[in-house]
Design a protein around this ligand. Structure first.
Ligand code: CA
Length: 522
């Protein structure tokens, strides 16, 4: 039902656009467009509908709290805000598994981690032989490119062109791997990825519609700003979040036993010239570290903002803006001092939410806001529908097209399923799964413990009061458990599958460790 609404939605979007184009042509307004633009306009009046170009901009670890269009208290992002002002801002875009590589695999496949196989950032790469949306777009006649941070440990598949950072990549003078060839580049990574993306647009085959994945490393650790922005926040007292000193008193052990506090676990980079003042300890040291962390993080974001602005300007100058749908997101959210943390992983609000801005001039209402539960699971279906390609039945996401029209189908999801796996692992966040509805969130930490948490997000948006043992919520808990069971079945997840996946993953890790030890003893 939702898919049918979606297809009708695209037809309406296109029909509206055709009427606008006709008016423009009648007034001669399209004469300034380049030849490729004119050709697509002509096609629009034939039997084939023209299909939009797709630009997917993804940053790494960019939290909504560092975007002014989401109400940031710590910085301004005027260029990224343009996308919100000229398009739609999604309030609840949720990540199915809040960690880098798995999120990217979900984007590519439109399938949960337990189906696409990339459950954590561990040794094994993404299985690139499986179905992905770029491959399906190629089949549908799109030219595809992947430029910037890939982070899936495998060679990109489904792209006519790719130029990626190896692994995490470096901020300054990074190596990049272009179609299998590794080269060193001079400059700052955010500038370079933008340059390569614009150059690809200039040199692409303009006969075909395109999909460009333009993906930044920033603002991932180790947060090394460029010279232009390095001192931008040095003399600013960055506001401390309200939950900075959360003591996790009502939560389960998982929140107390993690290793991602600013106070204890955030390392001031070894190569920094700034050292904590002599004798600074405890709460004062925590505040000092927070300021240094945020200065660098926000300076990296500022460069992203400048560069996305430069990229959007190029779309304008080249006449591409009109028929190009631009998505901006990050692979997950990130803790910017809330709850005393940095990093991600937990199903709590900050890391669960991804920013999502979508601009599609004339077809998505400028300055609109969507409150539905959407996800990185939905991107693949959306891109396929935009390309007029059939979405295979095994894709688990839904197309966002009806929502982009401002018409949410009655059948749209009212609950969302989450599952995180990487434990034991960096930052020691225990494995958990859970369900989030508009109002509630139920989390089950099932490994190394058997603990549940319930939050009433309406009364407690900061999730400071775990209500799982509150008898007044017994009925809510029973309903949510039923819903969780239904979602797990619907998406093909189960305890047996989790056990199988984790056994495989532990075997792989053991083998990798043994290999490493063998190499060290040689
Ligand atoms: Ca990330």
């Amino acid at each position: 039902m939702a898919a049918m609404d979606g297809r009708d939605g695209l037809k309406d979007l296109m029909d509206n656009y055709q009427r606008r184009d006709f008016l423009k042509m009648a007034t001669g307004a399209v004469l300034s467009l380049p030849l490729s633009g004119c050709r697509s306009f002509r096609q629009r009046f034939g039997s084939d509908r023209p299909r939009p170009n797709i630009v997917f901009i993804m940053t790494d670890d960019h939290d909504r709290d560092a975007l002014s269009c989401y109400g940031s208290r710590v910085n301004a992002t005027p260029n990224l805000d343009r996308l919100a002002k000229e398009g739609m801002r999604f309030e609840h875009c949720l990540c199915t598994n809040s960690i880098c590589a798995p999120s990217r695999a979900v984007v590519l496949t439109g399938k949960y981690s337990h189906i696409n196989g990339k459950i954590d950032n561990g040794r094994d790469g993404f299985d690139g032989s499986q179905q992905t949306f770029p491959k399906l777009l190629q089949t549908a006649g799109y030219q595809t490119a992947m430029i910037g941070k890939w982070h899936l440990r495998s060679e990109p598949t489904g792209f006519d062109y790719w130029n990626i950072l190896p692994g995490q990549g470096k901020y300054h003078d990074p190596d990049m791997i272009e179609m299998g060839q590794r080269k060193k580049h001079s400059g700052y990574v955010t500038d370079l990825i933008t340059d390569f993306s614009i150059n690809w647009l200039k040199n692409r085959n303009s006969e075909k519609p395109f999909c460009l994945m333009y993906q930044h490393k920033a603002p991932h650790r180790n947060w090394q700003p460029d010279d232009k922005h390095a001192d931008m926040y040095k003399h600013t007292d960055i506001p401390i979040p309200d939950t900075f000193d959360d003591d996790y008193s009502t939560r389960s052990d998982a929140a107390r036993q993690q290793a991602m506090t600013i106070e204890e676990h955030l390392r001031v980079p070894a190569d920094t010239k700034v050292k904590p003042p002599e004798g600074l300890t405890g709460k004062e040291l925590k505040k000092w570290k927070y300021q240094r962390y945020m200065e660098d993080y926000l300076a990296c974001v500022a460069s992203v903002d400048d560069n996305v602005g430069r990229f959007l300007d190029y779309l304008d100058e080249s006449g591409l803006s009109e028929n190009t749908i631009v998505f901006y997101t990050s692979d997950q959210g990130f803790y910017l001092g809330t709850h005393g943390w940095f990093d991600k992983r937990f199903m709590y609000e900050e890391s669960l939410h991804m920013p999502l801005l979508v601009r599609y001039p004339g077809r998505v209402r400028a300055g609109s806001v969507n409150d539905d539960l959407v996800s990185n699971l939905d991107f693949a279906s959306t891109f396929l529908e935009l390309a007029g390609a059939k979405t295979p039945d095994d894709i688990q996401g839904e197309s966002l097209i009806p929502l982009l029209r401002g018409k949410t189908p009655k059948t749209w999801r009212t609950s969302f399923y989450y599952h995180y796996y990487e434990y034991p692992g960096p930052h020691s966040v225990k494995r958990h799964y859970g369900v989030r509805t508009e109002r509630y969130k139920l989390i089950h930490f099932y490994y190394d413990s058997d603990a549940w948490e319930l939050y009433d997000l309406k009364k407690d948006p900061d999730e400071l009061n775990n209500l799982y043992d509150n008898h007044e919520y017994a009925e809510v808990i029973a309903d949510l458990k039923m819903e969780l069971k239904r979602l797990r079945k619907h998406y093909g997840d189960s305890d047996a599958l989790t056990k199988k996946i984790l056994n495989e993953s532990l075997t792989q890790r053991k083998k990798a460790l043994e290999k490493k030890q063998r190499l060290q003893t040689k």
